[in-house]
Design a protein around this ligand. Structure first.
Ligand code: PGA
Length: 250
């Protein structure tokens, strides 16, 4: 069985000093939770500090984005190799990157391939907007994001998919567990059709207004293998509680 993965996406929150406080507040609680993978994704500027603080623990570290080139004249960008010094995961194709910064499934595909080549585990985000859902296009949109985003890889070992309906992110209105399950199941099927039956073991996370109060509703679903958590991951008590609840549900 796939080990569940709980990923904290801190987004653009926290100076180094604040990241230090957050880690100090979470680390003892998180370290005691066994049976789930735990990953913190701070802003780039806090990666070094957070990785130092988590050395020797079983808490993983991820970045929130990267560029696909190794090096060169790409002002402002961060390469896979630069990240690999600090972390082993990278979130790619988050809906905020897609909607605010021009990320496309094609650029996500370059990044996924480059991340894998650098030994990073990509957490590739997909999800439909509310209008796409209301017009019956959610499945087609997510299928397209999954298949295009993975076009440059021949096997998907090390890849996780985060299904995050755009309208559920930061809204306090999570998807219904049934709808999330239906899409997660579909994603597993799409992966298995494209890469072969073992790809059905790829972790599919749910993201969008996950809290300690609703995590069990999602973890109880057959095809949901964890969560990508934004707002609630900035509250140490809540994040530790939801991680603990996820572990207890396994
Ligand atoms: P949220 O964010 O938990 O605040 O909805 C999730 C995400 O954007 O990854």
């Amino acid at each position: 069985m796939t080990q569940p993965l709980i990923v904290a996406n801190w987004k653009m929150n926290g100076t180094v000093a604040e990241a230090r406080q957050l880690v100090a507040a979470m680390k003892p609680g998180l370290a005691g939770v066994k049976g789930v993978g735990k990953v913190l994704c701070p802003p780039f500027t806090a990666l070094a500090t957070v990785s130092e603080m988590l050395e020797g623990t079983d808490i993983g570290i991820g970045a929130q984005d990267m560029y696909h080139e190794d090096s060169g004249a790409f002002t402002g960008q961060v390469s896979p190799g630069m990240l690999a010094e600090f972390c082993s995961y990278v979130i790619l194709g988050h809906s905020e990157r897609r909607s605010l910064f021009g990320e496309t499934s094609q650029s996500v595909a370059w990044k996924v391939a480059a991340a894998k080549a650098a030994g990073l585990s990509p957490i590739m985000c997909v999800g439909e907007t509310i209008s796409e859902r209301e017009t019956g296009r959610a499945e087609a949109v997510v299928d397209g994001q999954v298949l295009t985003g993975l076009v440059g890889v021949s096997n998907i070992d090390g890849v996780s998919i985060a299904y995050e309906p755009v309208w559920a992110i930061g809204s306090g209105a999570a998807a219904s567990p049934d709808d999330a399950q239906a899409m997660a199941s579909r994603i597993h099927q799409v992966l298995s059709d494209r890469f072969g039956p073992p790809a059905a073991e790829t972790p599919v996370l749910y993201g969008g207004s996950v809290t300690d109060e609703n995590i069990l509703d999602f973890m109880g679903q057959l095809d949901i293998d964890g969560a990508l958590v934004g707002g609630a991951s900035l509250k140490p008590d809540v994040f530790v509680a939801l991680t603990r609840a996820a572990a207890a549900s396994v």
